[in-house]
Ligand binder design. Structure first.
Ligand code: GLC
Length: 433
């Protein structure tokens, strides 16, 4: 399994990362796409550039929060669709070092997260609504797509590609070893060779041979690209990137072989900071979705959207801390784990690491806990993962009629009323085989 994806061994082991969407759009605070639905011109948006000054930006604090949550890698926007560069590109003045911030925000992020031992990735939008040579009128998403003033505008797309490839070259040669380049996104005919993806990936691989690429040089959050074909393209990427969804059964290619995937999910409903969107997923939901991803052989990339001052919202920090409290005791059931071939239990999910099976109990049982698919003769030991305490197989009159089924005596710890950990009580099942 995964022989063709050896480059991503660390990625499939680490399972849990932080996505960071940050930029000028934090000032209007209506999400990172604000220019497109509101048809904002470059001039409408310029006041945000002129005033961008994240005085509270402390990437070391961000890195500590990610690490404490159990995240092992991070991906931050170096440039989003609005074209604003959070790094000191020599190819444009539309960059953080020319705003009142006066800082290379990407370099500080990379330094801080590496210092905490996390793998580091950069998100780079191949779409660019600021660049004069990116298609405007008639494009599917451009803020000026239906503005008649742009109907006859001429664009030198080859010049845009030189700019885009040039910036990726800057990121791949001037910011140290990168672990992930996260491109976003292809649509309509804006895909694959339109981006000159083959030339781009050859350049990337020359400078960053180990870097992982997502699949969006030819796909989007709603498609997989050639990664699921038996002969993927050279630019297909190393993992699929389903967005705001956890695939029903994970993701396999057309030969039925599992491929690496990472679900990217917001904490509220927005990637970029949105002052009105206070609908945050509680830590309990995040933990159970992380378990669901791993139970389907996938990763979770959980997003934070820092505000215009450079602060991760308090709600997000509280959620990260809650997830961290669970991970601190139970991460062995996440890191290095895959799904189990056993049938999904009614009370939660299984994850597995070699001959160790983890039962993630979300729902308190009445009496003994049924372990579907497990042969009691195959159990070498049973432990409550959080404290290492021994549990026992249930062998009494209550279960004697259920021939061939295996049950654990959980009542001593749940008293049939509540789980030791209401978010997810993990039973470690050491199997003989
Ligand atoms: C979508 C959004 C983009 C966001 C990305 C994250 O492509 O358009 O704003 O960065 O999802 O996966």
């Amino acid at each position: 399994m995964y022989e063709k994806f050896a480059r991503s061994d660390w990625f499939r082991h680490n399972r849990f990362g932080m996505f960071i969407h940050w930029g000028l759009y934090a000032i209007p605070a209506r999400g990172e796409w604000v220019r497109s639905p509101e048809r904002l011109t470059v001039e409408d948006y310029q006041p945000y550039f002129d005033s961008f000054n994240p005085v509270d930006y402390d990437p070391a604090a961000w890195a500590r929060a990610a690490k404490a949550a159990g995240m092992k890698y991070a991906v931050m926007t170096a440039k989003h669709h609005d074209g604003f560069c959070l790094f000191d590109s020599r190819l444009t003045d539309y960059k953080s070092t020319k705003t009142p911030a006066g800082r290379d925000l990407v370099r500080e992020y990379l330094d801080a997260f590496r210092a905490e031992g996390l793998k580091v990735g950069l998100y780079y939008s191949i779409i660019d609504w600021h660049h004069p040579d990116y298609p405007h009128y008639g494009d599917a998403h451009h803020p000026m797509r239906d503005n008649p003033a742009w109907r006859d505008a001429k664009h030198d797309f080859a010049n845009y590609l030189d700019y885009m490839h040039g910036q990726v070259h800057e990121l791949c040669t001037q910011y140290g070893c990168l672990d992930i380049m996260w491109f976003d996104f292809s649509y309509d005919d804006m895909s694959a060779e339109k981006w000159e993806a083959g030339r781009l990936v050859r350049m990337i691989r020359e400078h960053q041979p180990h870097v992982l690429l997502d699949n969006r040089l030819e796909a989007s959050g709603g498609s997989f690209g050639s990664l699921i074909e038996e002969e993927p393209t050279y630019w297909s990427g190393d993992f699929a990137s389903p967005e705001q969804i956890i695939p029903p059964r994970g993701i396999v290619n057309k030969a039925g072989e599992p491929i690496p995937w990472e679900a990217c999910v917001t904490m509220n409903q927005n990637w970029g900071y949105s002052s009105r969107d206070r609908h945050f997923k509680p830590a309990s939901v995040v933990v159970r979705k992380l378990v669901e991803c791993v139970s389907k052989n996938g990763n979770l990339l959980l997003n934070v959207g820092p505000d215009a001052r450079g602060r991760i919202p308090d709600e997000s920090l509280a959620i990260l801390a809650g997830v961290g409290r669970w991970m601190e005791r139970n991460s062995a059931s996440i890191y290095g784990c895959l799904g189990s071939p056993l049938p999904k239990p009614e009370w939660g999910r299984y994850t597995q690491n070699g001959s160790t099976l983890y039962a993630h109990v979300f729902e308190v049982p009445i009496g003994p806990l049924h372990l579907p698919g497990v042969d009691s003769e195959d159990i070498a030991a049973l432990r409550l993962l959080a404290d290492g305490s021994e549990l026992e197989i249930n062998r009494n009159w209550i279960t004697e009629s259920y021939e061939g089924e295996t049950f654990i005596a959980l009542s001593p710890v749940t008293h049939d009323c509540c789980l030791p950990d209401e978010i997810d009580t993990v039973v470690e099942i050491r199997l003989k085989s």
